[in-house]
Design a protein around this ligand. Sequence first.
Ligand SMILES: [Cu+2]
Length: 184
Amino acid sequence: MRRTVGAMAVACALVAAIAVTNAGAAGKTAVIKTKGGDTFAPNPKNPPNKLDINHLQWAPGKIVVHSGEKLTIVDSDGEGDPHVLAIALPKDLPKTPNLGPNNLVIRMIAPKLLINPQNPQAGFKAYESNAGPDGLNQEGDSLVILPGGPHKTATWFVSAKAGTTLRYFCAVHPWMQGIIKVVR
Ligand SMILES: [Cu+2]
């Protein structure tokens, strides 16, 4: 998120610079267009690029765990952003890189995890949220990891029954999506 803010600041500075340039170049018009068409790929396979948070992904994207087994997640990408692993039903998985405020899982976990749900930059007040029985088993269960300090890793146990497939995404980077296959 910090990177996004940085990118926006750069973009604003760019617009300001072009505006100044225009003032001095009579008759010329500089144009900035937005561009669409990028394909949305959940947990993209492209090799992680340290300069582009859009390449952030969970590795592995698909993991098999035994019911009752512990699962540890680690913030190891060096980008400086927090990550929130949030269990979701398939219908609630983000389908674009932008997360709408109406995403059900976000509405479930934001009040539990964030100091101020209106301002995610204010930080976290909790590092896990539990929606049903203890452990990772259903939509709304989530874990937070930070780039450094005691919350660089988070561990919880997977309490979903064998045969369950849990899907999850990152509440900070919606394209980071993955699958936990629970076996006996
Ligand atoms: Cu993330």
